[in-house]
Design a protein around this ligand. Structure first.
Ligand code: UD1
Length: 339
């Protein structure tokens, strides 16, 4: 009998890609989302890609009763938790909104899971590493104090899962630390749909290419890097989604070596801001109007993953070439612009 996986926040950017990959791998998927930061566009895309709808429940994970009722209505083998706020700047101006939403919802999910022996996968972030001296980073690198309430909630949720897995018999969990997720599904039916002005680089690039934004600001060209712009590890969203399928398989296949495990999910390849823009232009043939702007406060100079633990233990590695990822982001942007 197929296993059932709950994807909280599954109507969003990463959650919708994970829903597709899990379904195609043979899992029953239930998506629950309060639609606070997205609409039904991606779920509709998921339906078209799969050729059938996935079970969807509109609900808020901060409500204990709603979470308990959901877990009573299905027998989940695993939950992947995405339902969280993610705007770094907003978290600085509205910290309580972030602490309340991101922590309460996760506590409710972990509580419901531990009562029922459901495994928990948490979507963490490379932001927990802060500024590092000698990239690439391994999972053994120390975490730095978070520079934003958003980053702090990622660290705190990791700790909630670690401590709960240690304390409660039968509860196990994995935290995946994503580097910079980008791109869209090859069908161009699902992708990132930022509300308002994008904070992240690639959505800003595609919106500038589409003429929605006048000019991309490149935040700083005086960093101590080969071309002066920051280095990041841009991970294709479909590759990233596949890492979740591997991690769920590990949790449900009894392959975990301890009750709580952490994996970096990145390519292992640093790419500068200028290189990303240039590769986008080459991949799509579309020019991106850009200018050098002052550094953005809080940005780290350079960070990329050492993904060897994920390669060894999850049997996963990033595969999609950057040009394909960038083309997919552009196709998605054009699809969205036409809608
Ligand atoms: C950001 C978040 C991080 C989060 C991640 C999710 C911050 C400080 N960090 O990471 O917590 O987990 O997104 O994807 O916000 N850039 C420009 N112009 C732009 C936008 C970005 O030059 O208009 C540059 C940035 O300076 C950076 C790189 O592009 O060097 C990537 O930026 P971004 O996509 O925002 O990701 P991070 O800052 O790495």
């Amino acid at each position: 009998m197929s296993k059932t996986v709950l994807v909280s926040g599954g109507a969003g950017y990463i959650g919708s890609h994970v829903t597709v990959e899990l379904s195609q791998a043979g899992y029953e998927v239930v998506v629950a989302d309060n639609l606070s930061n997205c609409d039904l566009t991606c779920l509709e895309g998921v339906r078209k890609i799969l050729g059938h709808p996935v079970t969807f429940k509109e609900m808020d994970f901060c409500t204990v009763k709603a979470v308990e009722d959901l877990f009573d209505s299905f027998r989940f083998d695993a939950v992947i938790h995405f339902a969280a706020f993610k705007a770094v700047g907003e978290s600085v101006s509205e910290p309580l909104k972030y602490y309340r939403n991101n922590l309460e919802s996760f506590i409710n999910v972990v509580e419901a899971s531990r009562k029922r022996g459901c495994a928990v996968l948490f979507s963490s972030s490379a932001t927990v590493y802060g500024e590092v001296d000698n990239p690439p980073v391994t999972e053994k690198n120390d975490r730095q104090s978070a520079t934003s309430p958003y980053g702090n909630t990622k660290q705190m949720c990791e700790d909630i899962l670690r401590d709960s897995a240690a304390a409660y018999e039968g509860l196990s969990g994995i935290a995946l630390r994503y580097f910079n997720p980008i791109g869209a599904h090859p069908s161009a039916l699902i992708g990132e749909l930022p509300r308002g002005v994008p904070n992240n680089l690639l959505p800003y690039v595609t919106q500038t290419a589409a003429g929605i934004r006048d000019c991309l600001s490149i935040f700083g060209d005086d960093y101590p890097t080969p071309d002066g712009t920051c280095l990041r590890d841009y991970i294709d969203v479909v590759d990233l989604a596949k890492a979740h399928v591997c991690a769920v398989g590990r949790m449900l296949g009894g392959k975990m070596e301890s009750a709580y495990e952490i994996f970096n999910i990145g390519t292992g390849r640093p790419v500068s801001v200028l290189e990303l823009v240039k590769t986008f232009e080459e991949a799509t043939g579309v020019k991106v109007n850009c200018r050098i702007a002052p550094r953005r406060p809080g940005d780290v100079t350079a960070i990329w993953a050492d993904p060897s633990l994920a390669v060894e233990k999850l049997g996963w590695k990033a595969e999609r070439p950057l040009v394909e990822t960038l083309r997919s982001a552009w196709q998605w942007q054009q699809y969205v612009s036409r809608k």
